[in-house]
Design a protein around this ligand. Structure first.
Ligand code: GLN
Length: 451
C-alpha cells in the first residue's frame, strides 16, 4: 500500500458507512490526500505512524480545517494554527482524515449533546457510543481508522473506549500538551489516544507526549518509550481493587465481568488486594463544581466577536453577546455555565467551589495512600454498558452520576487506561487501570498482559 492508496480507501470506507454511524462531523479529503502524496513522493516511512490515517476529536485545532467542538457557536470556524498534538502527528507522517463527533464542548457522556449529529455505538446502532469522545471511539471500533485522538476531562476517553470495546488512555495531567485543545476545564483536560490494541496505544502516546513551551502545565519530564514494559509479564505486580468501585449503582453483570478479569490478572502472577478509596462518593459532586466553574470561565471567549457564529439583528454590543450565546450554545453547555458562575459567585464560593477544592485534596490523599503500597488500581471503567440512544440524555443527574468511576482520576491528575474486559448482553465492558502520576508504563504493562 502507498499512503495515498490507504488514505483513499479510508475515505471511501467512511463515505460508505458513516451515514449509519455518524462518527465524523466532517472529513478533509483534499488535505489528507495531499499529505499522503507528499509522504509517498519522499518515501518518508521512517516513523511507525507514517502514512497511517486517523481521526481527531473536533475540539483539537486544525489549521485551515473547520473545528467546531460540536457546537453551533463555532460553525464555520477555521483555526489559524494546529494543536501541538496535531503538529506532532503531522511531523511523524500520520494523516488526519477527519474530525470526529463529540458532545458539545466535550460536555456529556453519550455524544448526544453534539449540535451536528448523534453517533451510534459500533456494536449496536441503537446504543450510545459513550462520550464525550464518542465519534473517535466509534470510528476506531468500527475499523474506519486504526487510531484516533480524544480528550478526557472526566472520563471522555476511557468511557467511550469501554462502551466500544477498544483501548483508550487518559495520560497523566501534564504528559501531553493541551495547546490547541479547546479548553473545557483546564486543570482536568488531557488529550489521549484510542486504538484497538494496547501496543498501538503506547506507540501513539510516544508521538504526542512531551513538554511544550506553549502549555505552562506541560511537564518537562523525560518521555520514556511507552512500549518498553510490554513484556506480557506481570509477576509480582501489586494490584489494588477499591471496594467502592463495586458498590451501589454498579451493574452486577459489569461487576462480575470485571472481577473475572481481575482473577485472570491474579492467575498471571499479580497480587490482588481489596482497598478503600473512602472519598469516592464525593467525586462526582466535586467534579461537577470544579469542572463547571472552570468551563464557565473558559467559555467566555465565545462572544460572537472573535470566532464562528454571530447573531443577526442585534441592537448593541451587550445584545450581540446575549443573542449569540443564547442561540449558539446548547442546553447542556448553558446548564454548566450557570452552575459554574453560581459556584464561583461571592455568596456561593465558600459553600461550593472551596468545598469542592477540599474534596479534591481528600481524593488525592486517598490515591496516595493506596499507591504507597500498590503499583496499579483496577476496577470497572463505567457502572454500566452502553445504554439506548435517547434513554438518559434528558436526565442530567443520572448522566452525571455515571461518571463516578472516572472523574476521581482527573481530579487527581493520574493516568487511566480502559481495555476491554469482556461482554454483557453483547456489549463491551471496560476494565480501568489507574496508575501513579507519570507511570503510564506500568498501566500499559498491565493492560498488555491482560488483552
Ligand atoms: N461525562 C463527563 C462530563 O460530562 C466527562 C466529560 C469529559 O471528560 N470531557 O463532564
Amino acid at each position: 500500500f502507498t499512503a495515498s492508496e490507504l488514505t483513499k480507501a479510508t475515505l471511501e470506507k467512511i463515505e460508505k458507512t458513516d451515514d449509519k454511524l455518524h462518527a465524523f462531523i466532517m472529513t478533509n479529503p483534499e488535505i489528507a490526500l495531499s499529505q499522503a502524496e507528499s509522504i509517498d513522493e519522499k518515501q518518508d516511512f521512517a516513523h511507525v505512524l507514517s502514512g497511517l490515517p486517523l481521526a481527531l476529536k473536533d475540539n483539537l485545532a486544525t489549521k485551515g480545517i473547520e473545528t467546531t467542538g460540536a457546537s453551533k457557536i463555532l460553525e464555520g470556524f477555521k483555526p489559524v494554527y494546529d494543536a501541538t498534538v496535531v503538529e506532532k502527528l503531522n511531523q511523524d507522517g500520520a494523516i488526519s482524515v477527519g474530525k470526529a463527533n463529540m458532545d458539545e464542548f466535550a460536555m456529556g457522556g453519550s455524544t448526544e449533546t453534539s449540535y451536528y449529529s448523534k453517533t451510534a455505538n459500533a456494536w449496536d446502532q441503537t446504543k450510545v457510543p459513550g462520550g464525550s469522545s464518542g465519534g473517535s471511539a466509534a470510528a476506531v471500533a468500527a475499523g474506519l481508522v486504526p487510531f484516533a485522538l480524544g480528550s478526557d476531562t472526566g472520563g471522555s476517553i476511557r468511557q467511550p473506549a469501554a462502551f466500544n470495546g477498544i483501548v483508550g488512555m487518559k495520560p497523566t495531567y501534564g504528559r501531553v500538551s493541551r495547546w490547541g485543545l479547546f479548553a473545557m476545564a483546564s486543570s482536568l483536560d488531557q488529550v489521549g489516544p484510542f486504538t484497538r490494541t494496547v501496543k498501538d496505544n503506547a506507540l501513539v502516546l510516544n508521538t504526542i507526549a512531551g513538554f511544550d513551551i506553549k502549555d505552562s502545565t506541560a511537564s518537562k519530564r523525560e518521555v520514556p518509550d511507552f512500549t518498553a514494559q510490554l513484556t506480557g509479564n506481570i509477576k509480582g505486580l501489586k494490584i489494588a481493587v477499591p471496594k467502592e468501585y463495586f458498590g451501589e449503582g454498579i451493574d452486577p453483570k459489569v461487576a462480575t465481568t470485571v472481577k473475572a478479569a481481575i482473577t485472570q490478572l491474579e492467575a498471571m502472577g499479580a497480587t490482588v488486594d481489596e482497598v478503600s478509596l473512602p472519598h469516592t462518593k464525593y467525586g462526582v459532586a466535586a467534579y461537577y463544581i470544579i469542572m463547571s466553574s472552570e468551563a464557565s470561565s473558559n467559555l467566555q471567549r465565545y462572544d460572537g466577536v472573535r470566532y464562528g457564529y454571530r447573531a443577526d439583528d442585534v441592537k448593541n454590543l451587550e445584545d450581540l453577546y446575549v443573542k449569540t450565546r443564547s442561540e449558539g450554545f446548547g442546553d447542556e453547555v448553558k446548564r454548566r455555565i450557570m452552575l459554574g458562575t453560581f459556584s464561583l459567585s461571592a455568596g456561593a464560593y465558600d459553600a461550593f467551589f472551596k468545598k469542592a477544592a477540599k474534596i479534591r485534596t481528600l481524593l488525592i490523599e486517598d490515591f496516595n495512600k493506596v499507591f504507597a503500597n500498590y503499583d496499579v488500581i483496577v476496577g470497572p471503567t463505567a457502572p454500566t454498558v452502553a445504554y439506548g440512544l435517547g434513554e438518559e440524555v434528558d436526565d442530567p443527574t443520572a448522566m452525571y452520576l455515571a461518571d463516578v468511576l472516572t472523574v476521581p482520576v482527573n481530579l487527581a491528575g493520574l493516568p487511566g487506561l480502559s481495555v476491554n474486559a469482556g461482554f454483557v448482553d453483547g456489549l463491551p465492558v471496560g476494565l480501568q487501570i489507574i496508575g501513579k502520576p507519570f507511570d503510564e508504563q506500568t498501566v500499559y504493562q498491565t493492560g498488555y498482559a491482560f488483552e
